[in-house]
Design a protein around this ligand. Structure first.
Ligand code: WQD
Length: 344
């Protein structure tokens, strides 16, 4: 049965793919986005790809002056629940501006919670991150792993997870899934929506794509002296469309009568690729050279992390299906067809 879903941050990279997935299956969506890290054109393309309409509220969940409008819009939308993706997400920036990260990320989540309570729709899928695990967990990392985030961004994710667990402990009407993303990459196969970072990309895939398309001269590989297969960092890359399906599956899981409480669930492919392996895959997909140089390690990076995704398989009947080559081919199609992202 179709659901009515508030998607906070729905115009962003992950959010736009989640909205296409939900709307394509007939769900009704209200997007709340301040467009600080998203483009209005993405909303038009979500409508185009899902052949469905959506309601858009251009407001900032972290701005107290917007709270009344947000609560009014969410209440009148009569949602079944929400997917909360809105927030700042750059690890390095969070180290430089911790107060802003706590104010924006935790403030946005608190407003989302208040709006859902007002709408009597106490169901939320939260966009968490494998960054909550910190270092020292044996791979593959499962949800019982030690949570010890090593940066303010990761701590905002951890604190919001804990807030949601406290809500569920105090009120059985709250149904919560904390989705711990590993490394989302790729783009919708149409090439019409994708990652469009502001300024210099922090993450490997968007940077690599910009090198391939000629926007950047070369990639810095942050260290090749890690204790890994080829010395470069290993991560669990997951196609953003697989990730989007995981959100739809989490909503269906929470819609079951038996669902209650809060559940942490990893969304990862369950295997890792090194930086150099990812570069080789992107080169194959784009048929472009990707010049790189080995540079010192990046502060805060860990050598290797990849997911134990068995809980997602057993609880959500979900598993990542797309290969690293599909991730690279789809990311490249988006980048090459939209060299300036959504800016025409
Ligand atoms: C991947 C690998 C780098 C850039 C972070 C956040 C996580 C999520 C994804 C928001 C590492 C190497 C990178 C570059 C490189 N963010 N690298 N040169 O750090 O695993 O995860 O982004 O949701 O929460 O923690 O992703 O893409 O930055 O790095 O060599 O220019 O690529 O050292 O090994 P990361 P990443």
């Amino acid at each position: 049965m179709s659901q009515r879903v508030v998607v906070a941050g729905g115009a962003g990279y992950i959010g736009s793919h989640v909205c296409v997935e939900l709307m394509s299956r007939g769900d009704q969506v209200l997007i709340i986005d301040d467009f600080s890290n998203a483009h209005p054109e993405a909303v038009e393309r979500i409508r185009e790809l899902s052949d469905n309409d959506l309601t858009l509220l251009h407001r900032d969940l972290a701005d107290p002056a917007h709270k009344d409008d947000i609560i009014k819009a969410v209440t009148s939308f009569k949602p079944d629940g929400a997917i909360h993706l809105a927030g700042l997400k750059a690890v390095g920036e969070s180290v430089a501006e911790p107060a802003r990260y706590y104010r924006v990320n935790i403030g946005s989540a608190l407003t989302m919670i208040e709006a859902l309570e007002a709408a009597n729709a106490k169901t939320i899928v939260f966009s968490s991150s494998a960054t909550v695990y910190g270092e020292g967990n044996p791979n593959p990392v499962n949800e019982a792993g030690n949570t010890a985030p090593t940066n303010p961004y990761g701590r905002t994710k951890y604190f919001i997870e804990e807030m949601l667990k406290d809500l569920a402990k105090g009120d059985p009407e709250w149904r919560v899934v904390n989705l711990r993303y590993f490394n989302p990459v790729g783009a919708h196969p149409s090439g019409r929506i994708g990652e469009d970072p502001n300024g210099i990309p922090n993450n490997l895939f968007p940077f690599m794509a910009q090198v391939a398309v000629g926007k950047r001269e070369k990639l810095s590989v942050f260290g090749n002296d890690y204790p890994t297969r080829d010395g470069s960092g290993v991560r669990d890359y997951i196609h953003v469309c697989d990730l989007a399906k995981g959100h739809a599956a989490a909503l269906d899981f929470l819609a079951q009568e038996s669902s209650t409480g809060a559940t942490d669930i990893n969304l990862g492919a369950g295997r890792g690729y090194s930086v150099l392996e990812a570069v080789a895959a992107f080169k194959r997909a784009s048929n472009r050279e990707i010049p790189y140089e080995i540079t010192p390690r990046r502060d805060g990076d860990i050598a290797e992390i990849y997911a134990d995704a068995s809980r997602a398989e057993s609880l959500l009947d979900w598993r990542a299906e797309k290969t690293i080559d599909e991730m690279c081919a789809d990311h490249w199609r988006w980048q090459s067809q939209n060299p300036n992202g959504y800016k025409s």
